[in-house]
Design a protein. Structure first.
Length: 614
């Protein structure tokens, strides 16, 4: 028999957290009116249509239609079952669970049996094996010594689950002992295949860095070759693209960094895994890194959902600075919602090396003191490869610099950079300002032309992401308004229950009404977030959230309530009878049955008279 979490435990967990705090770890929320809004985490969108109502402790997306309470959000975003969502929220928020709940095994629903879930389980097992080999066996001793020389403590190695894949290729026998399905093993990306179709370990003699999704589940690995001498093998080898792993959609340490970003109000983008780990060693836990490739649109969207502030901190060498330039262009070309700053490392040194040379405190101070705007970075980057003592190079630099400054929308900021050029090159400010104004005018005209073209293209070809909202007829409006008033006002609830033969017209509203009647038998107070769990059915939960988010006066008006009841019990049934009678009359006329036609006409007139009296 599958265990169930007691209702009192569910209530305790739900009532101990604020849905805005939980959702805020996945979505950057901003206050607007009574609600908090952000970009929907379940789809790609540019306009915030995802809302959280703190007073009711529910969420709703006006675009994709999803809605529910805090448990429903975690179930959707993590793809886990209800019991798993309750336990995760409790664990994440240090809420003590009874021993009986901790020791019970709960049915994970469809997710447990899904291929995705099985693949994640295999990756988690592989990570545990690699970690065990590294820290507990002689086979991992050399790799462990290397990591400690790099400054990684046992705690850091444990926190990141770092492991070692030895030359002996132990992973395949490990899974064979567990009788794991061969087809499933092939889908993991942890194995390669020879010409005979036989599998063998992909990662050999490599320090293994687990790659996790936003939920902290292992979905891939990056293996660093332990010995890079006298070999043609790549220094780093990542898992191939799999059902779980798409490197365009993954950021290293994102599961930890996104939580830290709520506290720090920013993320820091580093160039590599070791830089992120170095920052973590120094107490900087909001660091992320892309998967050994240029930053992607998908990764920028992930960042944008979590924070409005991003520092780019790549290596101080030429390649790192060029990569910084590309990252800035990518981000600025995709969004205006992220405030960018650049942390430039000293020439020829990366964050990991800086930490090893100068220590944690100086490293954190450097991250604070070395920040500069993207424009300041671009002006400095322009100088690379130029001899500014040479007049031709100097003119080329100044022309390019003015082009960059012309793109700055703030005139005060423009003036700061112009003053820097005047001071550095001993120039006449009036001449520079005059040239800058002309460039700004040209830039503004170009932006207007591009915007006009974008607007035209948007009208012609842009896909519509907004979910089509159903047009509600008078009856459905009355049902929604009445149900809302009944749930929130016990007097209205009693008033309606005392009406003989009352029933909602549509099945979904009637079902919610019957569930509410059952709910009130054991609950003296109505809480929307609690009733969502009681409802359980996804379609009814969504309807309930839509009912809850109706903008209306909280105080119930008995005249309005009676009007809703009249529409539901009298007007709507008569309208349906009139519609049916007209169809019968049309059929009688078609059959030329004059006697029946006369009788139906009289009945129709009687119904129309009753309708007018309502």
């Amino acid at each position: 028999m599958v265990a169930r979490i007691p209702e009192e435990v569910i209530d305790q967990v739900r009532n101990s957290v604020n849905i805005a705090d939980v959702v805020g770890q996945y979505v950057q929320l901003k206050k607007s009116g009574k609600n908090l809004f952000g970009l929907c985490p379940f789809q790609d969108e540019k306009t915030a249509s995802f809302s959280v109502n703190e007073s009711k402790q529910i969420f709703h997306c006006f675009s994709c239609g999803r809605g529910g309470n805090v448990f429903k959000f975690i179930m959707e975003i993590e793809n886990i079952s209800f019991p798993q969502a309750v336990i995760k929220i409790a664990q994440d928020n240090q809420i003590a669970l009874p021993q009986s709940v901790q020791e019970s095994e709960f049915d994970g629903g469809q997710q447990v049996n899904s291929v995705d879930h099985q693949l994640i389980e295999l990756h988690e097992l592989a990570a545990k094996l690699y970690h065990h080999i590294l820290v507990n066996t002689q086979a991992g001793a050399t790799a462990l010594s290397y990591l400690k020389q790099r400054g990684l403590s046992a705690e850091i190695i444990n926190d990141f689950g770092i492991g070692f894949a030895p030359p002996q290729r132990l992973l395949l026998p490990f899974f064979h002992e567990r009788q794991t399905d061969a087809d499933l093993l092939q889908q993991t990306g942890l194995f390669s295949q020879n010409q005979q179709g036989e599998l063998y370990d992909r990662f050999v003699d490599r320090i293994m860095f687990p790659i996790k999704n936003g939920s902290g589940q292992v979905i891939a690995f990056s293996g660093r070759l332990l010995s890079t001498e006298n070999t043609d093998m790549p220094k780093y080898l990542n898992s191939p693209e799999t059902k779980l792993f798409n490197k365009r959609r993954v950021l290293f340490n994102f599961d930890i960094a996104r939580k830290a970003a709520r506290r720090e109000q920013k993320l820091i983008l580093f160039e590599g895994f070791m830089d992120v780990i170095a920052a973590y060693r120094a107490g900087v836990t909001n660091g992320i890194a892309s998967m050994g490739t240029s930053l992607t649109e998908e990764q920028v969207s992930m960042i944008e959902r979590v924070t409005s502030n991003l520092d780019v901190c790549y290596d101080g060498d030429q390649a790192g600075q060029n990569a910084t330039k590309r990252a800035l262009e990518m981000i600025q070309g995709q969004t205006t919602n992220v405030q960018l700053e650049v942390v430039s490392m000293p020439a020829g040194i990366d964050p990991d090396e800086y930490l090893q040379q100068y220590g944690a405190e100086k490293f954190k101070q450097w991250l604070m003191d070395a920040r500069q705007t993207p424009v300041a970075f671009s002006l400095r980057h322009l100088k690379q490869g130029l001899n500014l003592e040479n007049e031709a190079d100097q003119i080329n630099y100044l022309n390019a610099a003015l082009q960059i400054i012309a793109g700055v929308p703030n005139e005060i900021e423009q003036d700061v950079y112009v003053n820097q050029l005047v001071s550095e090159f001993k120039l006449d400010k009036a001449n520079l300002t005059s040239q800058l104004r002309e460039l700004t005018r040209q830039r503004d005209e170009q932006v207007q032309r591009e915007q006009a073209q974008q607007n035209y293209n948007h009208v012609e070809t842009a896909p519509v992401y907004q979910q089509e909202q159903p047009v509600l007829d008078q009856t459905q409006v009355a049902e929604r308004m009445l149900l809302r008033q009944m749930l929130h006002d016990h007097g209205i609830w009693v008033h309606v229950q005392n009406i003989d033969n009352f029933a909602f017209v549509h099945e979904t509203y009637q079902t919610l009404y019957l569930l509410a009647a059952s709910y009130f038998e054991t609950h003296s107070e109505y809480l929307a977030s609690e009733f969502v769990d009681y409802v359980k059915d996804d379609r009814l939960q969504q309807l309930l959230v839509e009912v809850e988010l109706i903008q209306t006066d909280e105080s119930a008006n008995i005249d309005a309530v009676n009007d809703y009841i009249r529409i539901i019990m009298q007007k709507t049934p008569i309208e349906e009878q009139i519609k049916s009678k007209k169809m019968q009359l049309h059929e009688a006329s078609h059959l030329k049955n004059q006697e029946l036609e006369q009788q139906l006409t009289i009945e129709l007139i009687d119904l129309l008279r009753k309708q007018q009296q309502l």
